[in-house]
Design a protein around this ligand. Sequence first.
Ligand code: GLP
Length: 244
Amino acid sequence: MKLIIADSYEAASLEASKILLEQIKENPSSHLGLATGSTPLKLYEYMVADFKENGTSYKDIKSFNLDEYFGLEGTHPQSYRYFMMENLFNHVDILPENIHVPAGQGDIQENCDAYNAMLATEGVDLQLLGIGSNGHIGFNEPGTPFTQVTHCIELEEGTRQDNARLFFDGNIDEVPTHAVTMGIKNIMDSKKVLLMAFGENKAEPIRVLVEGEVSVDVPASVLQNHPDVTIIIDKAAASKLTKK
Ligand code: GLP
């Protein structure tokens, strides 16, 4: 596990963008596992800026997003598909057919089976992750077995509160109660993992992830068992680490 403690959100995001761009340059047909939430917003800004300035192409890139809210159409402004279109995909040359986001509507079991089959065939080269204040990755809430693949899950109240703070106009009642998410097993199957976390409310899950016990109580702790993980955090998220 490689840990980078950056001076600021901007510096951390720039560092993360270098890792993603290096991946794309090394293998222009990379399969990227992508994440949503407030954490990667700046990173995506840097990716878009790079595309405009340097033209790094996404025409052979395939993307596989981690999760989607249950019940939201991809055109809903709070859906994760919409988030990805707005913050990255509409601004680079990725092909629409190469964009994959779990479907939050329709026959959910069928959709999950299809997403799992696709991930098993395609594989992810680099998986980008944020982390929930309860230690979730994707939407794998505490207690999710490490063997789990893409599935529909009930969100914890705290997760819905966290997500209402910056999205959904601050209204928790608007936040769906369930989501479809890649499972821990899908995440662990990716060749490389890049996890980002900022702010004091991430300090405790980051402590457990970096130096705590591996347990389903803090799902991100499973990454201790992954062979190639880079963690980029700011000082606030690093504030509970004891081993310097
Ligand atoms: C959300 C997403 C995760 C994200 C995490 C942190 O609920 N499902 O993929 O990493 O929670 O969100 P944020 O980046 O807004 O702190």
